[in-house]
Ligand binder design. Structure first.
Ligand code: AMP
Length: 437
C-alpha cells in the first residue's frame, strides 16, 4: 500500500524545526508586547472576495496563487472560500466587523500563523508558510511607519540574523499614482509585442504590476522604467521625507528602491522589504509591508489609514541556517523517575506526578524494563537527573543521581521536590547540579 506524503509545497515541522519556530515566535511576542501590539487570530480561510477586493483581483496572489477551498455543496458555494494568502485583508475584515474603529486609535494588532499560496514550490517558496505580522490601524504616519519598520529590524537582530537590508519606497496615493501609471503605460506601450502574455494583459489592466513581474525577460525593461519618486505629489513627498527623517533619527539605515511596488494592490505611500545582504532573488525576501490607507474603506469600513508588515518565518530560518547560527536545543525533561523493580510503574508514576504538580519537569519511565536500560534512556535523552526508586524506599528515600556529574545521594521522598527545585534553579544559573557524595 502506498504511504501518504505531506502535500507538495508543505512540510512537517519536526521537533528540531518547530523549536526554532517557537523561539522566533517567542521573540516576536516579546517585541510586540513591548511595542504595544495586541494579539489577534483570524480564520485560516475567508470569503475569497475578502482577498479579491483587498489584495486586488489583478495580482499574482489572487490570479495565480489563491488557494481556493471547494468544500461547499452547491455550485455557488464551491468557489466562495479561500485560504488566506496573507493576513492583512482578514485583519482589516475583523477590524471593521467588530467595530474597532470606535476604539481609541491606533488599534495595534499582531498575528503569527500559516499563510497559503498555490505557487510552484521551490527553495524558500512553499504552499504553506508562516508569517509574523503586525498592523496598526488609524494612524496616518509618518512616525508610525518608521516605528513599524524599526520593529521589524529589531526582530531580525534579536533573531540573530547578522545583516538585513531594508529597501524603502513610496508608491504615492490616489492623487499622484494615476499620473505615474500613465507614465508607465506610455513607457511600456512601444514594447507591447515583446511583453510576455500576462504582462501584455496587465499593461491594460494594471501597469504597476509590471514592476513586480518575475519574468526574466522583463528585468531590463523594468530597470529603465520611469521612477515613482519623480511623480509623487507634495503630500506624498512630504510623508516620505517624514518616514526617512524618523528612520534616520533611530539610526535605521535603508536603501531607496524606486521599483519596489509590492505585489498587492492595497498599498499606498510607504512600501518596504527586507533582504539578507547580498541576496536579490524575490524568493530571498525575508519580509515586507507598507501603508494601505484605502484598504479599510475598500472592505466596508470608514476611511481609516493603516500600515503593517508580514515577515516570512520560513525564510528567516533558512537565512539563520545559511549564516551558521546554531539552532536551539529541543526541550527535554529535567528529571526521569526510574526504578529497580521494572513492574512497579505505580510508584514511578506517583512520584513523577508529584514533581510535575510542583511545577518541575519530570517524566516517569513507564516501560517495564531493567533499571540499567531505564537509566541509559534517561541519559540519552539529555535528562539532568534520575530519581531512582530502590530498596531505600522502605526508609522513605530515593537516590537522586546527577546524570551529568555522575554523582548520586539519598534524598527523602518528602524533600525530593524541594531538592530538585533547588538543583534545577542552580543548574539554570550555571552552578551545576546538586553535588554528591
Ligand atoms: P509578501 O507579502 O508576498 O511580500 O510576503 C511577505 C513575506 O512572506 C515574504 O517576504 C516572504 O518572506 C514570505 N513569503 C511569501 N510567500 C512565501 C512562500 N510562498 N513561501 C515562503 N515564504 C513566503
Amino acid at each position: 500500500m502506498s504511504r501518504p506524503q505531506a502535500p507538495r509545497g508543505t512540510r512537517d515541522l519536526l521537533p528540531a524545526e518547530r523549536t526554532v519556530f517557537l523561539r522566533l515566535e517567542g521573540i516576536a511576542r516579546s517585541l510586540t508586547d513591548r511595542y504595544g501590539y495586541q494579539p489577534i487570530e483570524t480564520p485560516l480561510f475567508e470569503q475569497a472576495e475578502v482577498f479579491e477586493r483587498g489584495v486586488g483581483a489583478v495580482t499574482d496572489v489572487v490570479e495565480k496563487e489563491l488557494f481556493r477551498v471547494s468544500a461547499g455543496r452547491g455550485e455557488a458555494e464551491r468557489e466562495r472560500w479561500a485560504l488566506r494568502p496573507e493576513p492583512t485583508a482578514g485583519m482589516v475584515r475583523a477590524y471593521v466587523q467588530h467595530g474597532m474603529q470606535t476604539l481609541p486609535q491606533p488599534v495595534k494588532l499582531t498575528l503569527i500563523g500559516p499563510m497559503f499560496r498555490y505557487d510552484r514550490p521551490q527553495a524558500g517558496r512553499y504552499r504553506q508558510f508562516w508569517q509574523f505580522d503586525v498592523e496598526a490601524f488609524g494612524d496616518a504616519g509618518p512616525a508610525i511607519d518608521a516605528e513599524i519598520i524599526e520593529l521589524a529590524m529589531r526582530f531580525y537582530a534579536e533573531a540573530g540574523l547578522p545583516a538585513v537590508e531594508l529597501r524603502l519606497n513610496s508608491i504615492g496615493d490616489p492623487a499622484c499614482r494615476p499620473g505615474y501609471i500613465e507614465a508607465l503605460r506610455s513607457y511600456f506601450a512601444p514594447h507591447t509585442e515583446a511583453l510576455p502574455e500576462l504582462e501584455r494583459a496587465r499593461l491594460v489592466t494594471s501597469p504597476l504590476r509590471l514592476l513586480d513581474s518575475k519574468e526574466p525577460a522583463m528585468a531590463a525593461l523594468i530597470a529603465a522604467a520611469p521612477s515613482i519618486t519623480d511623480h509623487l505629489c507634495d503630500a506624498c513627498a512630504e510623508h516620505f521625507a517624514g518616514v526617512r527623517a524618523h528612520l534616520d533619527a533611530m539610526s535605521v539605515t535603508y536603501r531607496l528602491e524606486p521599483r519596489l511596488v509590492r505585489g498587492l494592490d492595497y498599498y499606498t505611500r510607504t512600501t518596504f522589504e527586507f533582504f539578507p545582504v547580498g541576496h536579490d532573488g524575490q524568493q530571498d525576501a525575508l519580509g515586507g509591508g507598507g501603508r494601505y490607507d484605502g484598504l479599510i474603506e475598500l472592505l466596508g469600513g470608514r476611511p481609516t489609514p493603516g500600515i503593517g508588515f508580514g515577515l516570512g518565518l520560513d525564510r528567516v530560518i533558512l537565512a539563520l541556517a545559511a549564516a551558521g547560527v546554531a539552532a536551539p536545543d529541543v526541550a527535554h525533561v529535567s528529571s526521569v523517575v526510574v526504578g529497580a523493580d521494572p513492574a512497579d510503574t505505580l510508584t514511578r508514576l506517583r512520584i513523577a506526578t508529584e514533581l510535575r504538580a510542583a511545577g518541575l519537569s519530570a517524566r516517569a519511565d513507564l516501560g517495564r524494563r531493567k533499571l540499567g536500560k531505564q537509566l541509559e534512556s534517561a541519559a540519552r535523552e539529555g535528562a539532568h537527573f534520575a530519581v531512582i526508586c530502590g530498596d531505600e524506599l522502605e526508609a522513605g528515600q530515593v537516590l537522586l543521581r546527577d546524570l551529568q556529574a555522575g554523582t548520586q545521594r539519598p534524598v527523602t521522598v518528602t524533600e525530593l521536590t524541594r531538592e530538585l527545585a533547588r538543583s534545577e534553579a542552580q543548574h539554570r544559573h550555571g552552578a551545576g547540579g546538586p553535588g554528591g557524595r
